[in-house]
Design a protein around this ligand. Structure first.
Ligand code: ATP
Length: 454
């Protein structure tokens, strides 16, 4: 199905030059040494194209994607251009999104709820108007999710989860989308459906850049552009998928009949057909050169040379401050609402209440009558101490239990500019506060009633 024209987008062009990524590595002798993951690679991905970054495991595909998307910045050197201007991360993040390998979804919400909260957070509005609701319907319909809109995300299939991850980001109409192995863990039918969705997204004008671990011959044809990395983090091919065989033939490399071309070039990068990788890196100037295309009669990789430029916020400081506070307040209200809905659907809250009832009953029984006898002052102190300890422990336990489960979702949503960390933290605390007050009341009530009855 073709994506509706309402989802059309101008797209952004992305170029990178001499990108190097170094990490610190521990040696056998407990010393730190620098390991180079990406060695001065260059390339360009253009709007309206579906681009695949392929290579063997550990070749640096995710590292390259992390750099291009701005997800990671430390350890990287080189230059990235957006529409021929140096990448300005803050504004770039507003026009891009990064969809990670693992689908980070709120399992307590339904598909529709997840979409509505995403739309509210991205549009900074407490209620969605008819246009926004129509847009959600449109996205769900185009990604075949409308009929399962009331299903909890925890019950979705792998392919549906991946599509929902895409749908959630589409609500703010990103111009460039990064995907880290979007087909991993999916059966071939779901993988084909997800790749079909990526194709449609590219057809709407967006720039779609994806790493792919294993790609079949038929799936390979879906991609316009291939970018192939060697195990040493260099580029041996950057160009049209359809021209890969011509490129290899020009170097005297002929893909065996019925052999997957993607597998063939990866095998070349691994040195299975001799020492060709170095030669190819030089020939294509580590991704910089598209000269070889001229031999094939093809023009440049560039589809369109336009420079709409990245929006730069030039508002005065006072207005920015008011806007900043207003945005945080709106985020806080939406996040508190979402957190309340999730908390009320959690089983953990019942367990928490039960633990308080049992512990308060035990304390009441053990320290019966100590409050009315001055000779039990030591027991009074002990009761106070244990009660405080228990309250403090249980109050922090909700954060300790929930935070590791939420950290991946938080990092995805925060990176994709849904909200600030401050708003997230305050909303989490606000929603937990009434629960803490209620359980404290229970603790005191049961404690007192046991003292009186005894
Ligand atoms: N922070 C780091 N510290 C040490 N090594 C790292 C770090 N980040 C990446 N690496 C190493 O860099 C190499 C490339 O990693 P990366 O995840 O980019 O590869 P990949 O091509 O995406 O692999 P896969 O297909 O298996 O996901 C790996 O050998 C990895 O162990």
């Amino acid at each position: 199905m073709e994506l509706n024209s309402m989802l059309l987008n101008e797209g952004l062009d992305l170029k990178f030059e001499d990108l190097t990524y170094k990490v610190n590595n521990w040696t056998d002798k407990f010393k730190i040494e620098k390991k180079t993951i990406l060695k001065g690679v260059s390339g360009a991905f253009y709007q309206g194209q579906l681009c695949a970054i392929i290579g063997c495991s550990g070749s640096g595909k995710s590292s390259l994607l992390n750099a291009l998307s701005g997800y990671k910045t430390s350890g990287y050197s080189g230059t990235i251009f957006i529409n021929n201007k140096p990448q300005e991360l803050k504004s770039f993040k507003k026009q891009s999104c990064y969809i990670m390998q693992e689908d980070q979804l709120h399992v307590q919400l339904t598909v529709r709820e997840a979409m509505e909260f995403a739309s509210k957070l991205k549009c900074l509005t407490l209620s969605l108007n008819a246009n926004k609701l129509k847009m959600i319907d449109l996205i769900l319909e185009n990604l075949n999710l409308l009929k399962i809109q009331d299903t909890a995300t925890v019950n979705l299939s792998g392919g549906e989860r991946r599509k929902l991850s895409i749908a959630l980001e589409l609500v703010h109409n990103p111009s460039i989308m990064f995907f880290d192995e979007p087909t991993s863990g999916l059966d071939s039918l779901s993988a084909n459906q997800v790749l079909g969705t990526l194709r449609e997204l590219a057809n709407t004008g967006r720039n779609i850049i994806s790493t792919i671990h294993q790609v079949s011959a038929s799936q390979l044809k879906i991609f316009d552009i291939l970018y192939v990395l060697t195990p040493s983090g260099q580029c041996i091919y950057h160009g049209f998928t359809s021209k890969l065989l011509d490129y290899l033939a020009a170097q005297g490399l002929r893909c065996p009949l019925y052999h997957n071309t993607a597998d063939y070039i990866i095998e070349i990068s691994l040195g299975e057909y001799g020492d060709h990788a170095e030669k190819l890196v030089k020939y294509i100037k580590n991704g910089k050169s598209s000269e070889w295309l001229k031999n094939t009669g093809q023009k440049d990789l560039v589809k369109a040379d336009q420079s709409t430029g990245v929006n730069i916020n030039d508002e005065c400081q006072d207005r920015q401050l008011i806007k900043y506070i207003y945005n945080h307040l709106i985020q806080l209200v939406i996040l508190s609402h979402r957190c309340t809905v999730k908390t009320l659907r959690e089983k953990f809250i019942t367990t928490r209440l039960l633990v308080h009832i049992i512990v308060s009953a035990v304390y009441g029984w053990v320290y019966f009558g100590v409050g009315i006898n001055a000779s039990f002052i030591h027991d009074n102190l002990m009761l106070l101490f244990f009660s405080l300890l228990f309250i403090m422990y249980t109050a922090s336990s909700s954060m300790i239990i929930n935070f590791p489960l939420e950290i991946q979702i938080l990092s995805k949503e925060h990176f994709n500019q849904w909200y600030s960390l401050l708003s997230y933290y305050i909303s989490f605390t606000i929603v937990d506060l009434p629960i803490q007050v209620i359980v404290l009341k229970i603790l005191m009530k049961i404690n007192n009633s046991i003292k009186i009855k005894h």
